[in-house]
Design a protein around this ligand. Structure first.
Ligand SMILES: [Zn+2]
Length: 97
């Protein structure tokens, strides 16, 4: 299975990149001086994580699964289990009786 991404904004088949809102320097500052606000700020930034287009930065990436290598598994037709099928049958028959 292959994941194919398409940006609804620019139409490119771009690989999504993960971005976060907020400021890393402010996050470090808050961590350094105020441990608890820094923790909450980090948690808030985690919630804003999103996949955006690697070309235009729009967060309109849609993904869909493409079954590129998919081959349907065909069940064996009845009676095509090989020359041993009759053998197996007689064995089962004899053990039952
Ligand atoms: Zn785009």
């Amino acid at each position: 299975m292959t994941m194919v991404y398409k940006c609804n904004n620019c139409g490119s088949a771009a690989t999504p990149v993960t971005t976060q809102k907020g400021n890393m320097k402010l996050q470090i500052f808050l961590w350094f001086f105020f441990i608890i606000p820094g923790l909450f700020y980090s948690m808030w930034r985690e919630t804003t994580k999103q996949a955006v287009c690697g070309v235009c930065g729009a967060n309109e990436i849609k993904s869909k699964q493409v079954m590129s290598d998919y081959k349907p598994a065909r069940p064996l037709p009845a009676g095509a289990s090989g020359p041993n099928s009759s053998n197996n049958f007689s064995t089962t028959y004899s053990t039952r009786h």
